[in-house]
Ligand binder design. Structure first.
Ligand SMILES: [Zn+2]
Length: 186
């Protein structure tokens, strides 16, 4: 669902949330439907691929999107990531040629060396790394509603949010549970 309530993530993590939500399951729309769509999205996000996008790159971008959705979903109960998900993230990092360098200011920096889509997708996984380091990553989640799966930032105090919106998906789940209870008891 896409009512865009107060579910936005901290600045550097927000593009990841938006990337996952390029697929809107409820509306049945996909901003990454074709190569032009991916290029447009990356440009708008300031991750300019600077050249035409191939079908192979489109496929990898969509794979990354689902890997991130799975990873965010695992944040609900700190579940282990499936090996296939880890493999996709690793592959993106490898193709992006991520390198570590140190600065004179006694800090370090990770950068994606590759250009084009590989570099742009690398920039996205670097945002995940950054978020993991900052401790905000565990709060990026996807709605527990099977038909929804919308990515949201869980800003609840306890960090136990399950739904993109309590009003919509949360209530829908409660009603279903209530109907099921009534069916089994009555
Ligand atoms: Zn939802």
């Amino acid at each position: 669902m896409s009512t865009g309530l107060s579910m936005t993530a901290p600045d550097r993590l927000e593009p990841i949330r938006r990337f996952v939500n390029t697929l809107d399951m409820e509306a049945g729309t996909d901003a990454l439907q074709d190569a032009a769509g991916l290029r447009g999205w990356l440009n708008a996000a300031g991750l300019r691929p600077d050249r035409p996008v191939s079908d192979d790159e489109l496929r990898r971008a969509r794979e990354l999107r689902e890997a991130l959705r799975t990873a965010a979903s695992a944040n609900h109960n700190k579940a282990a990531l499936p090996p296939a998900t880890v493999a996709v993230l690793d592959d993106v990092a490898k193709r992006a040629g991520i390198s570590l360098s140190f600065t004179s200011g006694r800090e370090w920096r990770l950068t994606a060396q590759a250009d084009g889509v590989d570099g742009a997708l690398g920039e996205l996984v670097l945002r995940v790394v950054e978020s993991m380091t900052a401790g905000t990553w565990p709060r990026l989640k996807v709605c527990a509603g099977d038909a929804c799966r919308w990515a949201f930032y869980d800003s609840s105090r306890a960090g136990t949010g399950k739904w993109c919106s309590m009003k919509l998906c949360g209530n829908r789940a409660k009603q279903e549970a209530w109907r099921n209870r009534r069916r089994t008891t009555g």
